[in-house]
Structure formats: structure tokens, C-alpha cells
Design a protein around this ligand. Structure first.
Ligand SMILES: [Zn+2]
Length: 445
């Protein structure tokens, strides 16, 4: 099909397909040559008289010459037996989600600091389509559910498919496989993104139900974030912190200081509300990641750690550039720690992505002179701009090209050699309940 549709790359495609063939089948030189010749002749036939100018002919012969050299080289390899090596499997997974963090936020952080940050260091980078089952523009609940579970759902729903059937998340699969699990965020621990990994509720604002499900979860080893009020200042007057400590096997801390990192199950609820903005909370997020890694490093069967840069989204909702940049840098610093860990422990996969873009951020010079970049927001809400995925470690090579947010769970499981684990629920590629129309005539406000 490519050969038909794109004449300018005909010969690249011919060469590429022959390379693939040669690698896979070790075909004889003669047969390869005749296939190449056949393709080149077929293409030459399709070219118009005008296209057959001397320049094109020159290119044709150059391509053919290059192809012949390449084929000669390949055929000399073809006779040798190639021993396929099993690629290493990931034992540990560190999954970063930058809430509201698409390429504009990342690049704004790089521009503002004149530093590359961590993002360009990743060897594999792809693009992620974030639409939910109900809307082109997802919220964090449907976005988080898709990233956690491989199911698109309706906006506001957590951990269930559009028919309110609970879905199985990465955290749950890994816990079943005997891995230890952790969650680190700078929002409430009950906020949409973290809750998507452990809670099953029809609406993300059911904070007290989510807190109860968190407290009763058997499969979370550690969690660090804010949101203490959903545990000890509840409408039902239950003191969940006491219940967690007395009945449910948790150690609950209200600060990162003096944590016993050998403790097998602990929650750090370091603020009643969300954690303060980056400028006030300092290096809380990197320290929290460090603490989590110290604990999980002892896990016998490996671990799964989810880390959210929660407040990049908050800052972009407020169109607050200074806050946004601080959060992007903080997120980058936390990711760097994970990369350092992964570099030291070769069996660790690090995946960084986002649930959606927030703010409709663009980086123009309003005067059109290319001399002055302004951070320009087109909305105080989310957009459907695709986000990036960055990967490092065993299995990272899967994270290239264009994918759905629902593809990431499967790729992570593949990396760990757990490719056959599914939850048996039918796939839903979304747009089933699509309510948002794209208006091509609309002008920016
Ligand atoms: Zn979000």
C-alpha cells in the first residue's frame, strides 16, 4: 500500500521491506535481486514521462546501487546462523504521570530554566491519544483509568468501564503477581489520578468512599501524598486513620520525616488538603520518590511505583506560568531519581506520560517576530491535545509511534513478561458516547 501511495519513498520502502525479508528468512542473494529488480521495474513503469527526468534517473540508479551493496552485505550475513537472544524482562516498574503535562508544558519548563530537564534523556518517545469513552477531551478520572487499566471510560468515572463494571489496574495485577506497590503524589491521595489505580467509584468526587477503599486496600504497600481530611474529618465521623492503624495494618504518618522505610505498609498523609504548591513544599516530591524507592528496593519480587506530578495541571488550570514551571522542574527532578535508580538496577522500566493537556498552552511571539516567547493559554480547562510517553529500561522500545492511552498498560505488562494477563472485559476504543463536536469555524477567544 505504501508503494502505491507515496512515490517519493518507493525505493526506501523497497529496500526496507527487503531488509526485513532478508533478516527474517535469510533469502538467497539471487532471489532478493530479482525481487528488487521487479519492484524497481514496476515503479519505473508507473512514473510519468515528466518524472523520468535525468535527476530522477540519477536517484534511481543511486538507490539501486545502494540497494545492491546493502543486499550484498545482507546476503553474506544470511548464511550465518543468528541466535535469537531473549530480551531482558523488567522486574520493577516506575510509572510517572504528569497531570495536564503535554509537550508545551515540558518545553515551557525547558525554556524558562534554559535547561534540558530529564525528558530528552529518554531513548524511546511516543505520542498518546487521550480521548475518553465519553468525550474528545478527557478529565483526570477517565484519563487515569485508561492509563491504569487499559479501558476507556466516561469522564468522572474511576476504575470502572462505561457500564460501571470494575476494571483491573496495573497496581492490582502487579500485587497479584507478588510485587510490592506504591503511590506517590502531590495532590490528595484520593484525587482522580492516584485513585484510578485502586478505587472503583462512578464519580471522582466521592472522596470519602475513595478514602475508605484506599484504607481497605490489601494491595498497596505504601502511599505518600495529601488529603488527610478525607480520612479524619469525614461526614460519617469515622476516624479512618485510627481504623487504618488499629485494624487494617497501616502505619500512618503526617510527615515525610522519620519514616521507617522497612515498614511493610505505610501511608504518609502530609497535608489535610492537597500538598502546597512546589514553591512552598520544596523538594517533597523527589524526597517522597526517594523514600518510596528505599522501601520498595527490598521487594523480593520487584515493585510497581506510580508517581504523579499532580499540580502541573492545577497551575495550568490557573494559567499560572511560574507555578507551572516550578511543577515541571519538580516533576523532572523526581523522574531523574527514578532514572538514576533504573540505571543502577538494570531490571527497572521507567515510563513517563500524562493523562491530558491542561491550559491549551502555546508558546508564540505575539508580535510574530520570533524574538520573544510568551506562555499563552487558550483555556482554563483541559484540551484534547495528545501527550507524550517517554520510556527507559527493559521493554522501553515498545513506547514509540502513536498509541492510545489504553495501550500503555499492555506494553508495561509485556515488558515484565506478563503479556497474557487481561481482565476479560471487552475492549472499548472509545467515542461510543462521544458528545463533543469539533467546530472548525471557531476562532480562539
Ligand atoms: Zn488530569
Amino acid at each position: 500500500m505504501l508503494l502505491e501511495s507515496n512515490k517519493t519513498t518507493n525505493y526506501d520502502v523497497v529496500i526496507l521491506s527487503l531488509c526485513v525479508t532478508a533478516r527474517n528468512e535469510a533469502v538467497h542473494f539471487g532471489s532478493l535481486f530479482s525481487r528488487l529488480f521487479h519492484c524497481v521495474r514496476k515503479d519505473a513503469k508507473r512514473l510519468s514521462v515528466e518524472q523520468l527526468n535525468p535527476y530522477n534517473m540519477k536517484n534511481l540508479s543511486l538507490y539501486s546501487l545502494f540497494a545492491l551493496i546493502l543486499l550484498g552485505t545482507l546476503s553474506s550475513f544470511g548464511s550465518k546462523k543468528v541466535i535469537a537472544q531473549e530480551p531482558p524482562k523488567a522486574l520493577n516498574v516506575i510509572y510517572f504521570i504528569g497531570d495536564g503535562t503535554a509537550l508545551p508544558q515540558v518545553y515551557a519548563g525547558m525554556l524558562a530554566t534554559r535547561q534540558e530537564l530529564v525528558f530528552p534523556k529518554f531513548p524511546y518517545i511516543g505520542v498518546v491519544d487521550t480521548h475518553s469513552a465519553s468525550n474528545d477531551i478527557t478529565d483526570s478520572a477517565a484519563g487515569g483509568t485508561a492509563l491504569a487499566s487499559d479501558h476507556k471510560t466516561r469522564n468522572a468515572m474511576l476504575g470502572m468501564n462505561p457500564d460501571t463494571i470494575p476494571v483491573k489496574t496495573l497496581l492490582e495485577v502487579f500485587a497479584e503477581q507478588g510485587k510490592e506497590t506504591g503511590i506517590v503524589v502531590t495532590s490528595y491521595i484520593t484525587h482522580a489520578t492516584p485513585a484510578a489505580f485502586y478505587a472503583k467509584v462512578p464519580h471522582r468526587r466521592q472522596y470519602e468512599d475513595i478514602a475508605l477503599q484506599f484504607a481497605e486496600a490489601q494491595n498497596i504497600n505504601l502511599a505518600i501524598g495529601g488529603g488527610m481530611k478525607h480520612f479524619n474529618q469525614r461526614k460519617d465521623s469515622i476516624n479512618l486513620v485510627e481504623r487504618m492503624e488499629n485494624e487494617l495494618g497501616w502505619k500512618v504518618y503526617d510527615t515525610l520525616a522519620n519514616i521507617d522505610v522497612t515498614c511493610k505498609k505505610y501511608a504518609v498523609l502530609a497535608n489535610d488538603d492537597h500538598m502546597p504548591p512546589a514553591a512552598k513544599r520544596g523538594d517533597f516530591l523527589p524526597r517522597a520518590v526517594e523514600t518510596a524507592l528505599q522501601t520498595l528496593d527490598n521487594a523480593e519480587n520487584g515493585f510497581f511505583l506510580m508517581v504523579e506530578g499532580s499540580q502541573i495541571d492545577f497551575a495550568c488550570h490557573g494559567n499560572d506560568s511560574a507555578w507551572m514551571v516550578n511543577e515541571v522542574v519538580d516533576f523532572s527532578n523526581a523522574i531523574q531519581l527514578a532514572l538514576d535508580y533504573a540505571e543502577e538496577h538494570g531490571n527497572t522500566l521507567v515510563v513517563v506520560t500524562a493523562d491530558h493537556e491542561t491550559g491549551g498552552l502555546t508558546l508564540p511571539d505575539p508580535k510574530g517576530k520570533y524574538t520573544n516567547v510568551v506562555f499563552n493559554y487558550s483555556t482554563g480547562s483541559h484540551t484534547c491535545l495528545p501527550v507524550m510517553v517517554y520510556a527507559y529500561g527493559p521493554g522501553a522500545e515498545q513506547f514509540t509511534g502513536w498509541m492510545q492511552n489504553t495501550d500503555i498498560k499492555g506494553k508495561i505488562l509485556n515488558a515484565c513478561g506478563l503479556e497474557n494477563i487481561g481482565d476479560g472485559l471487552p475492549e472499548n476504543d472509545g467515542r461510543r458516547f462521544n458528545a463533543v463536536k469539533v467546530n472548525l469555524d471557531s476562532k480562539p477567544e
